[in-house]
Design a protein around this ligand. Structure first.
Ligand code: PLP
Length: 405
């Protein structure tokens, strides 16, 4: 019988965070090995519990959550998100401009499907959170990767962005705070990005899902708060700030120059109604999560568990010979560099696979984030201190052996 092939639409789509190496890790676990997983930003399994009142709201409202709701989401949840956009100084957002989805992931895919014709280009950061590249490709678009510059603490390289704009460029994606680098952009940088979008008539897609995971007393500015003459679509959700990845509750907010985007907004509405609505039980948690006491602050303040783990991980990883790393200012990740002279790696997936097999530690290779050279990897600093120390110790031992081969 003839082989059944996947669609050509998937030819350029890849998502290595759950790719072949994690699959190998799964098989090893089935064989009884204990793997330390530093590969995915999933907080709950590491003891970062969702706030109790958020969980209680889902439980309490479960009996009322069996029916479909409005395609854009529950009114009170969207109202709470609207208030949140007001706190973040984003002007002129109504409940109608807010779409709740099964995680920000669903909405990222939807936003690209609604926008792109075949061959349209979108500027995506490099390194990126690879869903962005995949979503552009799946929608028939062409991701053009712009450099985030490690020598400038991973800030977007504005000249590279300008150089990559063509007459097919529709939009600029920014991930701020950034996954995988942990960078947080200054207002000045955000204004520069706005200027580029303004000059070239680009939409700005702002992925701000880590906007409360900020270290050293830093604050986050929503780029959509800085202009009203271009179109912004801003993404956020419960997954990271509220440690509820599994609830699959995210949202996107359309703001700025909505007048020029009526047709695009109609496209978003068509796609959101086609899937009827997002997971309803989790929507009941949104209002509670966004209001009142924000327990994430206890984790990120100096001495808080996340801040401590960031410090430990950064200190240990940079003490390995030939490994350097910009210290993350936000989010849950770091993106260390292997000195190519000491580690002339040609295939970083193979390197990460060997690390897994030899030391039972799972990381993600830098090329999995569309990084252009096999000289980086991403590390998630979620395990408790002892496990984190053990894991990075194993990485050090592995790299030492690799170098001496
Ligand atoms: N955007 C970024 C930058 C992420 O890191 C993630 C998840 O890791 C997502 C979006 C997806 O989040 P959600 O769980 O809301 O789908």
């Amino acid at each position: 019988m003839e082989a059944i092939l996947k669609s050509n639409k998937l030819l350029n789509v890849c998502y290595e965070i759950r790719g072949p190496v994690p699959e190998r890790a799964r098989q090893m676990e089935e064989d009884g090995h204990r793997i330390i997983k530093l590969n995915i930003g999933n907080l709950a399994p590491f003891g970062f519990d969702a706030p109790e009142e958020v969980v209680q709201d889902v439980i309490r409202n479960l009996p009322a959550a069996a029916g479909y709701v409005d395609s854009k989401g529950l009114f009170q949840a969207r109202k709470a998100i609207m208030h949140y956009t007001q706190e973040k100084q984003i002007a002129d957002v109504t409940v109608d401009d807010i779409y709740i989805g099964n995680g920000a992931s669903e909405l990222i895919v939807m936003a690209m499907q609604a926008l792109l014709n075949n061959g349209d280009e979108v500027l995506v950061p490099m390194p990126d959170y690879p869903l962005w590249t995949a979503a552009v490709s799946l929608a028939g678009g062409k991701p053009r990767h712009y450099l985030c510059d490690e020598a400038q603490d991973w800030m977007p390289a504005l000249d590279d962005i300008r150089a990559k704009i063509t007459d097919r460029t529709r939009a600029l994606v920014l991930i701020n705070p950034n996954n995988p680098t942990g960078a947080l952009y200054s207002d000045e940088m955000l204004r520069e990005l706005i200027e580029i979008a303004r000059t070239n008539k680009l939409i700005i897609f702002a992925d701000e899902i880590y906007d409360k995971v900020l270290y050293d007393g830093r604050t986050h500015t929503s780029i959509a708060s800085l202009a009203d003459d271009i179109l912004f679509v801003t993404f956020n959700g419960l997954s990271k700030n509220y440690r509820a990845c599994g609830y699959r509750a995210g949202w996107m907010v359309v703001s700025g120059n909505k007048k020029i985007a009526r047709d695009y907004i109609e496209g978003l509405n068509i796609l959101s109604t086609m899937r009827l609505c997002a997971n309803v039980p989790a929507q009941y948690a949104i209002q509670t999560a966004l209001g009142g006491y924000q327990s994430i602050n206890d984790l990120v303040r100096p001495g808080g568990r996340l801040a401590r783990q960031r410090d430990i991980a950064h200190e240990l990883i940079t003490s390995i010979p030939g490994v350097s790393c910009v210290k993350p200012q936000a989010a849950l990740y770091m993106f260390p560099k292997l000195d190519p002279k000491m580690y002339p790696v040609t295939d970083d997936q193979q390197l990460i696979l060997e690390l897994l097999q030899e030391e039972k530690v799972l990381l993600v290779q830098g090329t999995g984030f569309n990084w252009h050279q096999p000289d980086h990897f991403r590390l998630v600093f979620l395990p408790q201190g002892d496990d984190l120390q053990e894991a990075i110790g194993r990485v050090a031992r592995f790299l030492d052996g690799w170098r001496k081969r």
